[in-house]
Design a protein around this ligand. Structure first.
Ligand SMILES: *Cc1c(COP(=O)(O)O)cnc(C)c1O
Length: 396
Protein backbone atom coordinates (compact mmCIF):
# COMPACT_ATOMS: atom_id res chain seq x y z
CA UNK A 1 0.00 0.00 0.00
CA UNK A 2 1.17 3.45 -0.86
CA UNK A 3 -0.14 5.46 2.05
CA UNK A 4 0.82 6.48 5.55
CA UNK A 5 -2.58 7.56 6.76
CA UNK A 6 -4.80 4.56 6.15
CA UNK A 7 -8.16 5.50 7.58
CA UNK A 8 -11.64 4.13 7.07
CA UNK A 9 -14.57 6.39 7.94
CA UNK A 10 -16.85 3.41 8.64
CA UNK A 11 -19.47 4.44 11.22
CA UNK A 12 -21.98 1.59 11.51
CA UNK A 13 -23.89 -1.14 9.71
CA UNK A 14 -27.51 -0.38 8.82
CA UNK A 15 -30.22 -2.85 7.84
CA UNK A 16 -31.33 -2.23 4.25
CA UNK A 17 -34.91 -3.10 5.24
CA UNK A 18 -35.77 -2.21 8.86
CA UNK A 19 -32.92 0.35 9.25
CA UNK A 20 -31.74 -1.13 12.55
CA UNK A 21 -28.19 0.02 13.32
CA UNK A 22 -25.56 -2.62 14.10
CA UNK A 23 -22.10 -2.36 15.64
CA UNK A 24 -19.46 -2.31 12.91
CA UNK A 25 -16.67 -3.42 15.25
CA UNK A 26 -18.23 -6.89 15.34
CA UNK A 27 -18.25 -9.14 12.26
CA UNK A 28 -21.90 -9.23 11.15
CA UNK A 29 -23.79 -11.30 8.63
CA UNK A 30 -27.44 -10.26 8.14
CA UNK A 31 -29.79 -8.14 10.27
CA UNK A 32 -30.49 -9.84 13.60
CA UNK A 33 -33.94 -8.19 13.66
CA UNK A 34 -35.34 -9.01 10.19
CA UNK A 35 -32.74 -11.18 8.44
CA UNK A 36 -32.17 -8.83 5.49
CA UNK A 37 -28.89 -7.49 4.06
CA UNK A 38 -26.80 -5.03 6.05
CA UNK A 39 -25.21 -1.98 4.46
CA UNK A 40 -21.98 -0.34 5.63
CA UNK A 41 -22.39 3.34 6.51
CA UNK A 42 -19.62 5.94 6.73
CA UNK A 43 -19.07 9.33 8.27
CA UNK A 44 -19.38 11.02 4.89
CA UNK A 45 -19.15 14.51 6.40
CA UNK A 46 -15.77 13.44 7.78
CA UNK A 47 -14.66 12.08 4.41
CA UNK A 48 -15.74 15.31 2.75
CA UNK A 49 -13.47 17.31 5.08
CA UNK A 50 -10.40 15.11 4.69
CA UNK A 51 -10.54 13.98 1.05
CA UNK A 52 -11.09 15.68 -2.29
CA UNK A 53 -11.59 13.91 -5.58
CA UNK A 54 -8.31 15.43 -6.82
CA UNK A 55 -6.47 13.58 -4.03
CA UNK A 56 -7.36 10.32 -5.78
CA UNK A 57 -5.28 11.09 -8.87
CA UNK A 58 -1.97 10.36 -7.17
CA UNK A 59 -3.10 7.14 -5.54
CA UNK A 60 -2.45 3.49 -6.40
CA UNK A 61 -4.25 2.00 -9.38
CA UNK A 62 -6.38 -0.43 -7.40
CA UNK A 63 -9.61 -0.22 -5.47
CA UNK A 64 -7.87 0.66 -2.19
CA UNK A 65 -7.52 4.18 -3.57
CA UNK A 66 -11.00 4.64 -2.04
CA UNK A 67 -9.89 3.37 1.39
CA UNK A 68 -11.76 6.06 3.35
CA UNK A 69 -14.97 4.65 1.88
CA UNK A 70 -14.11 1.00 2.53
CA UNK A 71 -14.72 -0.94 5.77
CA UNK A 72 -11.20 -2.24 6.56
CA UNK A 73 -9.73 -0.25 9.44
CA UNK A 74 -6.18 -1.53 9.79
CA UNK A 75 -3.97 -1.46 6.70
CA UNK A 76 -2.22 -4.57 8.00
CA UNK A 77 -5.37 -6.57 7.30
CA UNK A 78 -5.62 -5.63 3.64
CA UNK A 79 -5.15 -8.60 1.31
CA UNK A 80 -4.54 -7.12 -2.12
CA UNK A 81 -3.76 -8.88 -5.38
CA UNK A 82 -4.10 -5.75 -7.53
CA UNK A 83 -7.89 -5.65 -7.88
CA UNK A 84 -9.90 -2.84 -9.42
CA UNK A 85 -9.30 0.23 -11.58
CA UNK A 86 -9.97 -1.83 -14.68
CA UNK A 87 -9.97 -0.11 -18.08
CA UNK A 88 -12.97 1.47 -19.77
CA UNK A 89 -12.58 0.71 -23.48
CA UNK A 90 -14.50 2.50 -26.26
CA UNK A 91 -16.32 0.03 -28.53
CA UNK A 92 -16.01 2.03 -31.72
CA UNK A 93 -16.33 -0.69 -34.35
CA UNK A 94 -19.18 -2.45 -32.58
CA UNK A 95 -20.89 0.88 -31.97
CA UNK A 96 -20.68 1.72 -35.65
CA UNK A 97 -22.08 -1.67 -36.59
CA UNK A 98 -25.10 -1.43 -34.28
CA UNK A 99 -25.79 2.31 -34.34
CA UNK A 100 -24.45 3.56 -31.01
CA UNK A 101 -21.75 6.21 -31.16
CA UNK A 102 -21.02 6.41 -27.43
CA UNK A 103 -20.50 2.83 -26.36
CA UNK A 104 -18.07 1.77 -23.61
CA UNK A 105 -16.96 -1.45 -22.02
CA UNK A 106 -15.60 -1.71 -18.50
CA UNK A 107 -13.41 -4.78 -18.79
CA UNK A 108 -13.37 -6.65 -15.52
CA UNK A 109 -11.33 -9.49 -17.01
CA UNK A 110 -8.29 -7.54 -15.78
CA UNK A 111 -9.02 -8.40 -12.16
CA UNK A 112 -7.13 -11.09 -10.20
CA UNK A 113 -8.69 -14.52 -10.89
CA UNK A 114 -10.11 -13.07 -14.12
CA UNK A 115 -13.45 -11.79 -12.89
CA UNK A 116 -14.99 -8.92 -10.96
CA UNK A 117 -15.77 -11.30 -8.11
CA UNK A 118 -12.26 -10.39 -6.93
CA UNK A 119 -13.53 -6.98 -5.80
CA UNK A 120 -16.07 -8.33 -3.35
CA UNK A 121 -14.07 -11.26 -2.05
CA UNK A 122 -11.02 -9.06 -1.55
CA UNK A 123 -13.03 -6.97 0.91
CA UNK A 124 -14.76 -9.94 2.56
CA UNK A 125 -11.47 -11.76 3.14
CA UNK A 126 -9.66 -8.63 4.37
CA UNK A 127 -12.49 -7.94 6.80
CA UNK A 128 -12.50 -11.59 7.92
CA UNK A 129 -8.81 -11.23 8.70
CA UNK A 130 -9.55 -8.06 10.66
CA UNK A 131 -11.90 -10.18 12.79
CA UNK A 132 -9.52 -13.15 13.08
CA UNK A 133 -11.79 -15.56 11.21
CA UNK A 134 -10.13 -18.89 10.30
CA UNK A 135 -12.75 -20.44 7.97
CA UNK A 136 -14.90 -18.93 5.24
CA UNK A 137 -17.59 -20.72 3.23
CA UNK A 138 -19.43 -19.92 0.02
CA UNK A 139 -21.88 -21.42 -2.45
CA UNK A 140 -20.84 -20.32 -5.93
CA UNK A 141 -21.64 -20.56 -9.62
CA UNK A 142 -17.87 -20.51 -10.20
CA UNK A 143 -16.03 -17.21 -10.20
CA UNK A 144 -16.82 -16.23 -6.62
CA UNK A 145 -15.28 -19.54 -5.55
CA UNK A 146 -12.10 -18.85 -7.49
CA UNK A 147 -11.81 -15.36 -6.05
CA UNK A 148 -12.45 -16.54 -2.50
CA UNK A 149 -9.91 -19.33 -2.90
CA UNK A 150 -7.25 -16.86 -4.06
CA UNK A 151 -7.73 -14.22 -1.35
CA UNK A 152 -8.18 -16.85 1.37
CA UNK A 153 -4.90 -18.49 0.30
CA UNK A 154 -3.15 -15.13 0.49
CA UNK A 155 -4.67 -14.52 3.94
CA UNK A 156 -3.93 -17.98 5.34
CA UNK A 157 -7.66 -18.62 5.79
CA UNK A 158 -9.42 -21.88 4.84
CA UNK A 159 -12.04 -21.55 2.09
CA UNK A 160 -14.90 -24.09 1.96
CA UNK A 161 -16.37 -23.89 -1.53
CA UNK A 162 -19.64 -25.47 -2.71
CA UNK A 163 -20.31 -25.42 -6.42
CA UNK A 164 -22.50 -27.18 -8.99
CA UNK A 165 -20.74 -30.21 -10.46
CA UNK A 166 -21.21 -28.73 -13.95
CA UNK A 167 -19.45 -25.48 -13.06
CA UNK A 168 -16.94 -24.51 -15.79
CA UNK A 169 -13.92 -26.74 -15.35
CA UNK A 170 -11.45 -23.88 -14.97
CA UNK A 171 -13.36 -22.63 -11.92
CA UNK A 172 -13.21 -26.04 -10.24
CA UNK A 173 -9.53 -26.57 -10.99
CA UNK A 174 -8.46 -23.09 -9.90
CA UNK A 175 -10.17 -23.61 -6.51
CA UNK A 176 -8.31 -26.89 -6.02
CA UNK A 177 -4.95 -25.42 -7.01
CA UNK A 178 -5.51 -22.44 -4.70
CA UNK A 179 -5.85 -24.89 -1.83
CA UNK A 180 -9.57 -24.61 -1.11
CA UNK A 181 -11.79 -27.30 0.38
CA UNK A 182 -13.97 -27.95 -2.71
CA UNK A 183 -17.37 -29.67 -2.73
CA UNK A 184 -19.17 -30.45 -5.99
CA UNK A 185 -22.94 -30.59 -5.75
CA UNK A 186 -25.63 -31.86 -8.12
CA UNK A 187 -27.85 -28.98 -9.24
CA UNK A 188 -27.42 -25.20 -9.26
CA UNK A 189 -26.10 -22.61 -6.79
CA UNK A 190 -29.18 -22.89 -4.54
CA UNK A 191 -28.49 -26.63 -4.18
CA UNK A 192 -24.85 -25.84 -3.39
CA UNK A 193 -26.09 -23.48 -0.66
CA UNK A 194 -28.22 -26.26 0.82
CA UNK A 195 -25.31 -28.70 0.87
CA UNK A 196 -23.16 -26.05 2.52
CA UNK A 197 -25.70 -25.39 5.27
CA UNK A 198 -25.70 -29.12 6.10
CA UNK A 199 -21.89 -29.27 6.44
CA UNK A 200 -21.34 -25.90 8.01
CA UNK A 201 -19.48 -25.67 11.31
CA UNK A 202 -20.39 -22.95 13.80
CA UNK A 203 -17.15 -21.03 13.27
CA UNK A 204 -17.33 -20.88 9.45
CA UNK A 205 -18.23 -17.38 8.32
CA UNK A 206 -20.65 -17.46 5.36
CA UNK A 207 -19.75 -15.05 2.56
CA UNK A 208 -22.77 -15.83 0.36
CA UNK A 209 -23.89 -12.97 -1.89
CA UNK A 210 -25.50 -10.20 0.21
CA UNK A 211 -25.54 -12.35 3.38
CA UNK A 212 -22.67 -10.29 4.77
CA UNK A 213 -22.08 -6.56 4.20
CA UNK A 214 -18.45 -6.49 2.99
CA UNK A 215 -18.55 -7.98 -0.52
CA UNK A 216 -20.96 -5.21 -1.53
CA UNK A 217 -18.37 -2.63 -0.47
CA UNK A 218 -15.85 -4.17 -2.86
CA UNK A 219 -18.36 -4.26 -5.69
CA UNK A 220 -19.47 -0.67 -5.14
CA UNK A 221 -15.99 0.51 -6.18
CA UNK A 222 -17.24 -0.15 -9.74
CA UNK A 223 -19.42 2.92 -9.20
CA UNK A 224 -16.55 5.07 -7.88
CA UNK A 225 -14.34 4.04 -10.77
CA UNK A 226 -16.99 4.75 -13.38
CA UNK A 227 -17.54 8.21 -11.89
CA UNK A 228 -13.80 8.89 -11.90
CA UNK A 229 -13.19 7.42 -15.36
CA UNK A 230 -16.11 9.39 -16.83
CA UNK A 231 -14.77 12.58 -15.21
CA UNK A 232 -17.58 12.71 -12.63
CA UNK A 233 -20.38 12.74 -15.21
CA UNK A 234 -22.03 9.34 -15.21
CA UNK A 235 -23.11 7.60 -18.44
CA UNK A 236 -26.80 7.58 -19.44
CA UNK A 237 -27.14 3.79 -19.23
CA UNK A 238 -25.31 1.11 -17.28
CA UNK A 239 -25.97 -2.41 -18.52
CA UNK A 240 -25.16 -5.12 -16.00
CA UNK A 241 -25.37 -8.91 -16.39
CA UNK A 242 -27.24 -9.80 -13.22
CA UNK A 243 -27.03 -12.89 -11.06
CA UNK A 244 -27.05 -12.04 -7.36
CA UNK A 245 -27.07 -8.35 -8.25
CA UNK A 246 -24.20 -7.18 -6.03
CA UNK A 247 -22.71 -4.88 -8.64
CA UNK A 248 -26.01 -3.24 -9.48
CA UNK A 249 -26.86 -2.61 -5.83
CA UNK A 250 -23.27 -1.61 -5.09
CA UNK A 251 -23.01 0.97 -7.88
CA UNK A 252 -26.31 2.50 -6.82
CA UNK A 253 -24.99 2.81 -3.26
CA UNK A 254 -21.72 4.28 -4.55
CA UNK A 255 -23.54 6.95 -6.55
CA UNK A 256 -25.58 7.97 -3.49
CA UNK A 257 -22.37 8.27 -1.47
CA UNK A 258 -20.62 10.33 -4.16
CA UNK A 259 -23.66 12.62 -4.38
CA UNK A 260 -23.55 13.14 -0.62
CA UNK A 261 -19.85 13.98 -0.91
CA UNK A 262 -20.75 16.55 -3.55
CA UNK A 263 -18.54 14.83 -6.15
CA UNK A 264 -21.36 14.15 -8.64
CA UNK A 265 -24.71 15.87 -9.26
CA UNK A 266 -28.11 14.29 -8.76
CA UNK A 267 -28.43 12.85 -12.29
CA UNK A 268 -28.15 9.07 -12.44
CA UNK A 269 -27.72 6.44 -15.11
CA UNK A 270 -30.59 4.14 -15.94
CA UNK A 271 -29.53 0.83 -14.46
CA UNK A 272 -30.33 -2.07 -16.76
CA UNK A 273 -30.22 -5.70 -15.63
CA UNK A 274 -29.58 -8.40 -18.24
CA UNK A 275 -30.22 -12.10 -17.69
CA UNK A 276 -30.29 -15.21 -19.81
CA UNK A 277 -33.71 -16.38 -21.00
CA UNK A 278 -32.88 -19.74 -19.35
CA UNK A 279 -32.78 -18.07 -15.93
CA UNK A 280 -34.46 -14.67 -15.79
CA UNK A 281 -36.23 -14.22 -12.44
CA UNK A 282 -35.38 -10.51 -12.25
CA UNK A 283 -36.66 -9.85 -15.77
CA UNK A 284 -39.90 -11.64 -14.95
CA UNK A 285 -40.31 -9.63 -11.74
CA UNK A 286 -39.59 -6.41 -13.62
CA UNK A 287 -42.23 -7.19 -16.24
CA UNK A 288 -44.78 -7.55 -13.44
CA UNK A 289 -43.46 -4.46 -11.62
CA UNK A 290 -43.05 -6.75 -8.62
CA UNK A 291 -41.03 -5.82 -5.51
CA UNK A 292 -39.28 -9.20 -5.40
CA UNK A 293 -38.65 -12.19 -7.66
CA UNK A 294 -39.84 -15.79 -7.65
CA UNK A 295 -37.59 -18.87 -7.66
CA UNK A 296 -36.78 -19.84 -11.28
CA UNK A 297 -37.17 -23.60 -11.76
CA UNK A 298 -34.83 -25.62 -13.98
CA UNK A 299 -32.42 -22.73 -14.44
CA UNK A 300 -30.14 -23.39 -17.38
CA UNK A 301 -27.73 -21.14 -19.29
CA UNK A 302 -24.17 -21.27 -20.54
CA UNK A 303 -23.64 -17.93 -18.78
CA UNK A 304 -22.94 -19.76 -15.52
CA UNK A 305 -22.60 -16.55 -13.48
CA UNK A 306 -26.21 -15.72 -14.32
CA UNK A 307 -27.56 -19.08 -13.21
CA UNK A 308 -29.03 -17.74 -9.96
CA UNK A 309 -32.67 -18.87 -9.60
CA UNK A 310 -33.41 -16.53 -6.69
CA UNK A 311 -31.19 -13.67 -5.57
CA UNK A 312 -31.12 -13.17 -1.79
CA UNK A 313 -31.24 -9.38 -2.22
CA UNK A 314 -33.79 -9.38 -5.05
CA UNK A 315 -35.73 -6.63 -3.27
CA UNK A 316 -32.72 -4.30 -3.47
CA UNK A 317 -32.14 -5.21 -7.14
CA UNK A 318 -35.75 -4.34 -8.01
CA UNK A 319 -35.54 -1.11 -6.03
CA UNK A 320 -32.42 -0.09 -7.97
CA UNK A 321 -34.09 -0.80 -11.32
CA UNK A 322 -37.23 1.17 -10.41
CA UNK A 323 -35.46 4.10 -8.72
CA UNK A 324 -33.13 4.56 -11.67
CA UNK A 325 -36.02 4.18 -14.13
CA UNK A 326 -33.98 1.39 -15.65
CA UNK A 327 -35.09 -1.85 -17.19
CA UNK A 328 -34.47 -5.61 -17.26
CA UNK A 329 -33.98 -7.67 -20.42
CA UNK A 330 -33.23 -11.28 -21.24
CA UNK A 331 -31.21 -12.69 -24.11
CA UNK A 332 -30.90 -16.25 -25.39
CA UNK A 333 -27.81 -18.46 -25.21
CA UNK A 334 -27.67 -18.30 -29.01
CA UNK A 335 -27.53 -14.49 -28.84
CA UNK A 336 -24.71 -14.83 -26.31
CA UNK A 337 -22.68 -17.13 -28.56
CA UNK A 338 -23.19 -14.91 -31.60
CA UNK A 339 -22.21 -11.84 -29.61
CA UNK A 340 -18.99 -13.42 -28.32
CA UNK A 341 -17.99 -14.08 -31.91
CA UNK A 342 -19.03 -10.65 -33.19
CA UNK A 343 -17.22 -8.68 -30.47
CA UNK A 344 -14.11 -10.85 -30.80
CA UNK A 345 -14.01 -10.17 -34.55
CA UNK A 346 -14.82 -6.44 -34.35
CA UNK A 347 -13.01 -5.37 -31.20
CA UNK A 348 -10.44 -8.04 -30.40
CA UNK A 349 -12.03 -8.65 -27.01
CA UNK A 350 -12.91 -12.16 -25.88
CA UNK A 351 -16.01 -11.62 -23.73
CA UNK A 352 -17.20 -13.99 -21.06
CA UNK A 353 -20.76 -15.23 -21.76
CA UNK A 354 -22.20 -12.97 -19.03
CA UNK A 355 -20.52 -9.93 -20.58
CA UNK A 356 -21.75 -11.03 -23.99
CA UNK A 357 -25.29 -11.13 -22.56
CA UNK A 358 -25.00 -7.44 -21.63
CA UNK A 359 -23.74 -6.56 -25.11
CA UNK A 360 -26.46 -8.68 -26.77
CA UNK A 361 -29.13 -6.65 -24.95
CA UNK A 362 -28.12 -3.30 -26.45
CA UNK A 363 -30.69 -3.30 -29.22
CA UNK A 364 -33.40 -3.73 -26.61
CA UNK A 365 -32.15 -0.57 -24.88
CA UNK A 366 -34.03 1.46 -27.47
CA UNK A 367 -37.17 0.29 -25.66
CA UNK A 368 -36.14 2.28 -22.63
CA UNK A 369 -35.23 5.49 -24.38
CA UNK A 370 -31.65 4.99 -25.58
CA UNK A 371 -30.80 6.86 -28.77
CA UNK A 372 -27.75 6.59 -31.06
CA UNK A 373 -25.87 9.22 -29.05
CA UNK A 374 -26.72 8.00 -25.54
CA UNK A 375 -23.65 7.07 -23.53
CA UNK A 376 -23.92 3.40 -22.68
CA UNK A 377 -21.56 1.52 -20.39
CA UNK A 378 -21.46 -2.25 -20.70
CA UNK A 379 -19.63 -4.72 -18.49
CA UNK A 380 -17.42 -7.60 -19.37
CA UNK A 381 -17.58 -9.15 -15.92
CA UNK A 382 -14.89 -11.76 -16.49
CA UNK A 383 -12.38 -13.22 -18.86
CA UNK A 384 -13.63 -15.28 -21.79
CA UNK A 385 -10.54 -17.44 -21.26
CA UNK A 386 -12.16 -19.08 -18.23
CA UNK A 387 -14.93 -20.60 -20.37
CA UNK A 388 -13.41 -23.39 -22.44
CA UNK A 389 -16.79 -25.15 -22.71
CA UNK A 390 -18.34 -22.03 -24.24
CA UNK A 391 -15.45 -21.54 -26.66
CA UNK A 392 -15.82 -25.18 -27.70
CA UNK A 393 -19.52 -24.59 -28.42
CA UNK A 394 -18.56 -21.93 -30.94
CA UNK A 395 -17.11 -24.84 -32.90
CA UNK A 396 -14.45 -22.83 -34.69
C1 LIG B 1 -21.14 -13.50 -10.63
C2 LIG B 1 -21.03 -13.08 -12.01
C3 LIG B 1 -22.00 -12.24 -12.59
C4 LIG B 1 -23.21 -11.77 -11.85
O1 LIG B 1 -22.84 -10.83 -10.86
P1 LIG B 1 -23.79 -10.48 -9.63
O2 LIG B 1 -23.14 -9.35 -8.95
O3 LIG B 1 -23.90 -11.71 -8.81
O4 LIG B 1 -25.12 -10.11 -10.22
C5 LIG B 1 -21.79 -11.83 -13.89
N1 LIG B 1 -20.71 -12.23 -14.59
C6 LIG B 1 -19.77 -13.03 -14.07
C7 LIG B 1 -18.60 -13.42 -14.91
C8 LIG B 1 -19.89 -13.48 -12.75
O5 LIG B 1 -18.93 -14.27 -12.24
Amino acid sequence: MDVKSFSSFISCLECSECKTIHDHTILQSTCTQCGKSLLVRYDLAGVKKSLSKDDLVARGRHLWRYRELLPVQDEGNVISLGEGLTPVIPLKSLGKEIGFSNLWLKDEAFNPTGSFKARGLCLAVSKAREHQIRDLCIPTAGNAGGALAAYAAAAGITAHIYMPQDTPEVNIRECHVLGADVHLVRGVISDAAKAMSEDRKADWFDVSTMKEPYRLEGKKTLGYEIAEQFHWRLPDFIVYPTGGGTGLIGMWKAFAELDELGWIDSSRPKMVAVQSSGCAPIVKAYQRRAASSEFWNDASTLASGLRVPKAFADGLIMKTLYESRGHAFSVSDDDILQTIQMVAALEGILLCPEGAAAVAAIQQLRDCGAGPESSVLLFNTGSGLKYIEVLQQLGL
